[in-house]
Design a protein around this ligand. Sequence first.
Ligand SMILES: [Mg+2]
Length: 191
Amino acid sequence: MQALKPAVFLDRDGTIIEEVNYLKDKNDLKLIQGAAKALKKLNKLNFLTVLVTNQSGVARGYFDEDNVSVINNELKNILNKKNANLDAIYYCAHHPNGTVEKYAKQCNCRKPATGMIDNAIKDFENIDIKNSYVIGDKFIDVELAHNAGCKGILVKTGHGIEEIKKNKGKAVDYIAQDITDAVNWIEKDLY
Ligand SMILES: [Mg+2]
């Protein structure tokens, strides 16, 4: 059996890249300041880095799955050029009220449901979920963490600040300024 390895599950929009409503043009893709360095630090700390992103724009008919892949690949390339690595990318294209029939359903992968993390656990076989983290700009990311049995960090970038206002009193393990602060907190949390 392989040794267990903790993972950091990262939200995409508002966490690694600037929030753009339903991003579909790769020219609008812009890294949040410090994101590549933060990811590189997670690589160095020996975490698996796994992107988990809700992309209901597919179910809503705003763009298709190919479009999501183009953006995700572009993101991977930009990060790779800065020597930062994402080990895997998972996305959910569904929404219960979608207009595209194929994707209009209640699924088990739309955050805060754990389907994407469940798939990562199956694919990697050695994820140490109890010592893993989720970083995201919405409370669904924090809820995802708790549903999966790991720690949840909310970042104030993207929708973060309005989420904090809307969700007073909800459980969260740490509120970070941004992904850099989140990763620094994780590093301290290890000891
Ligand atoms: Mg987000």
